[in-house]
Write a protein that binds this ligand. Structure first.
Ligand code: AMP
Ligand code: MN
Ligand code: MN
Ligand code: MN
Length: 294
């Protein structure tokens, strides 16, 4: 019918967690953004592990495609002996302190990669550093690249099996992480003008008490959100994490944690809505202003 006015703003489609070849994703930044545009995403955050190297290329493609590219990063953190990931959103990638911190984590990655290879060598697998490096190309090196190498070598059926048999605590290729402190990671993100989010909180398999401890320390450090909807969360996890977010006055984020088309069970933008009790992290974002800043 003619003359109808829509005064309800259409909900934008957000995906606030994704990886490119700058870290352990398999799509180059431009290809990732192109796929996001084709999936109907309005705003995509590129959140590579410990690097922002993919941002320029992603931005160029986002401009061409008319979608919003949110600059982000997924910082590796060691918290009470475990690895926890903290996503930073709307960061300034040119921030010096942030970049110095990320460079330190990448140096550790290089050292760790050589150490993983040394240990694998001792258990009869040679050439792992060169093999993983070939998969990583010019990007940073991650355990995922070792997993791809070991699958190709026929050492395991798939990446999951590689992690289980080679790359986790108690296995031959495991090296303990010395990543950023929790408060340090949050301060880098805030210092770069960004918002800190605990990535996939249900993945850490923490007891309720431990998880509350983590969220409390994160909140005290200035973190603002939990990733409630994630490609690696179950439906039950969404609601559990939504309640935790609300208990601590935190906002909720949503991201697929897309790593590439080889894992078809995780697709860009294919995310359920946040539970209604959540306050979305993007509630007060002004996307046009962000576009102008880009
Ligand atoms: P890194 O940061 O180098 O220690 O590697 C961590 C990355 O490995 C994560 O970001 C995931 O992409 C991947 N990963 C971790 N655990 C598993 C697993 N069990 N199966 C497959 N991939 C995994
Ligand atoms: Mn990854
Ligand atoms: Mn992660
Ligand atoms: Mn991730």
């Amino acid at each position: 019918m003619a003359g109808i006015r829509y005064n309800v703003k259409m909900a934008l489609k957000y995906d606030l967690h994704s990886h490119s070849t700058a870290s352990d994703g398999t799509l180059a930044p431009a290809a990732l953004v192109a796929r996001a545009a084709e999936a109907g995403i309005d705003a995509l955050a590129l959140t590579d592990h410990d690097t922002t190297d993919g941002m320029e290329e992603a931005w160029d493609e986002a401009r061409r495609r008319g979608i919003e590219l949110i600059p982000g990063v997924e910082v590796s953190v060691t918290w009470k002996g475990r690895v926890v990931h903290v996503v930073g959103l709307r960061i300034d990638p040119d921030n010096r302190v942030l970049q110095r911190g990320l460079a330190r984590l990448r140096d550790f990655r290089e050292w760790r990669a050589e150490e993983i290879a040394r240990r694998l060598h001792q258990s009869g697998i040679s050439g792992a550093y060169e093999g993983a490096r070939a998969f990583a190309r010019k990007g940073l090196i991650s355990r995922t690249h070792f997993a791809r190498f070991l699958v190709r070598e026929g050492r395991a059926r798939d990446e999951r099996q590689v992690f289980k048999h080679f790359l986790v605590a108690g296995k031959p290729g495991h090296v303990k992480g010395e990543w950023a402190d929790l408060a340090e990671a949050v301060s880098w993100i805030r210092g770069a003008g960004g918002e800190a989010v605990i990535a996939h909180p249900a993945r850490y398999r923490l007891t309720r008490t431990r998880l509350r401890r983590l969220i409390k320390e994160f909140t005290q450090a200035g973190g603002v959100a939990l990733e409630v909807v994630s490609g690696s969360h179950s439906r039950d996890d969404y609601f559990t994490m939504a309640r935790h977010a609300n208990d601590w006055g935190l906002r909720a984020s949503a991201g697929s944690d897309y790593h590439g088309p080889e894992k078809p069970w995780i697709e860009l933008g294919r995310l359920p809505p946040l539970p209604e009790i959540c306050v979305p992290i993007w509630r007060d974002w002004d996307m046009r202003r962000d576009a102008a800043m880009a």
